[in-house]
Design a protein around this ligand. Structure first.
Ligand code: ZN
Length: 252
C-alpha cells in the first residue's frame, strides 16, 4: 500500500492511501488503528506533502564503499550517524534553496526507512517489525561547509535540505533496489541497496541502541557514489526502482 499525506485547499493535512491516480482518506491513527475510505479523490485535486511528519531525521554517513572512497574517507567500522532538523524538510516538487554561505551544495540520493512503532534497543532480528515502510530521500548537503566545520549540523541542516516522499510504500522490498540520481536528466548516481555497508536491520538496531525511535521517524540510509554539485535552475530527480521518484527544482 502507498501511504500519502495531502491537503485540500490549504486545510490541515490528512493521511491517505494512493490507488493509481486516486487518493482515499485514512481515518484514525496511521501507526495504530485506522480505516481506509474509498480511493476516489483525483490526486490532481489534492496537494501531496511529505508522507509523514518525523520527530527525528536520523542519517547514516558513508554507508556505500564507493561513496566513502570518492570523498577520500575510510569505510566506517560502526555506522556513522547524524541528525537533520525537521525544519529542513521539503516535499516532492518544492524548491531546494541554495544558501549564500555555501558554494558547493550537493545531492545525495537515498533509501529512507519509516519507523512504525517506538523502538528502543531493538535487535537486528527484531528490526523488520519496526519498519512501517520505505520512501525516497535526498540528503542535500553543503559539502564545503561539511569539510570546514568538521561536524555536520550546519552543512546538513539548512532549510530545504531534507526532501523525502512522495509516498511511503509499506510492501517495498529494500534488499536489492537500484537507487539513482539524475540532474537535468543526466545520471549522476546509481547503485543497489545491496551494496550498503550496514543493512537496514543493523541500522535500526544500532540507532535504537542510542536513541528511542518514534512512529514516523525516518532514517536516511546513506548515499551511493556520484554525489555532485547543484546549481540554480537544476532539477534533481531521485528514483528508487519499484518505489517511485522524488523531484525537486533548485533555486537561489
Ligand atoms: Zn546522506
Amino acid at each position: 500500500m502507498k501511504i500519502v499525506r495531502y491537503q485540500i485547499n490549504g486545510d490541515s493535512p490528512k493521511y491517505g492511501w494512493l490507488l493509481d491516480d486516486k487518493v482515499g482518506e485514512i481515518v484514525g491513527d496511521i501507526f495504530g488503528e485506522y480505516r481506509r475510505r474509498e480511493a476516489k479523490i483525483p490526486v490532481a485535486n489534492v496537494k501531496l506533502i511529505t508522507p509523514c511528519a518525523p520527530s527525528k531525521i536520523v542519517c547514516v554517513g558513508r554507508n556505500y564503499v564507493e561513496h566513502a572512497k570518492e570523498l577520500g574517507n575510510e569505510v566506517p567500522k560502526i555506522p556513522l550517524i547524524f541528525l537533520k532538523p525537521p525544519s529542513s524538510i521539503i516535499s516532492n516538487g518544492e524548491n531546494i534553496l541554495l544558501p549564500p554561505q555555501s558554494n558547493q551544495v550537493e545531492h545525495e540520493a537515498e533509501l529512507v526507512i519509516v519507523i512504525s512503532k517506538r523502538a528502543r534497543n531493538v535487535t537486528p532480528d527484531q528490526a523488520k517489525e519496526f519498519i512501517f515502510g520505505y520512501t525516497i530521500g535526498n540528503d542535500i548537503t553543503a559539502r564545503d561547509l561539511q569539510n570546514i566545520d568538521g561536524q555536520w549540523t550546519r552543512a546538513k541542516g539548512f532549510d530545504t535540505f531534507c526532501s523525502f516522499g512522495p509516498w511511503i510504500d509499506t510492501e517495498f522490498d529494500a534488499s536489492d533496489a537500484v537507487v539513482t540520481c539524475r540532474v537535468n536528466g543526466q545520471m549522476r548516481q546509481m547503485a543497489s541497496t545491496r551494496d550498503m555497508v550496514f543493512n537496514v536491520s543493523i541500522l535500526i538496531a544500532y540507532i535504537s541502541s542510542v536513541m528511542t525511535l518514534e512512529p514516523g521517524d525516518i532514517i536516511f540510509t546513506g548515499t551511493p557514489a556520484g554525489v555532485g554539485i547543484l546549481k540554480n535552475g537544476d532539477v534533481v530527480d531521485v528514483e528508487i526502482e519499484g518505489l517511485g521518484k522524488l523531484s525537486n527544482p533548485v533555486k537561489v
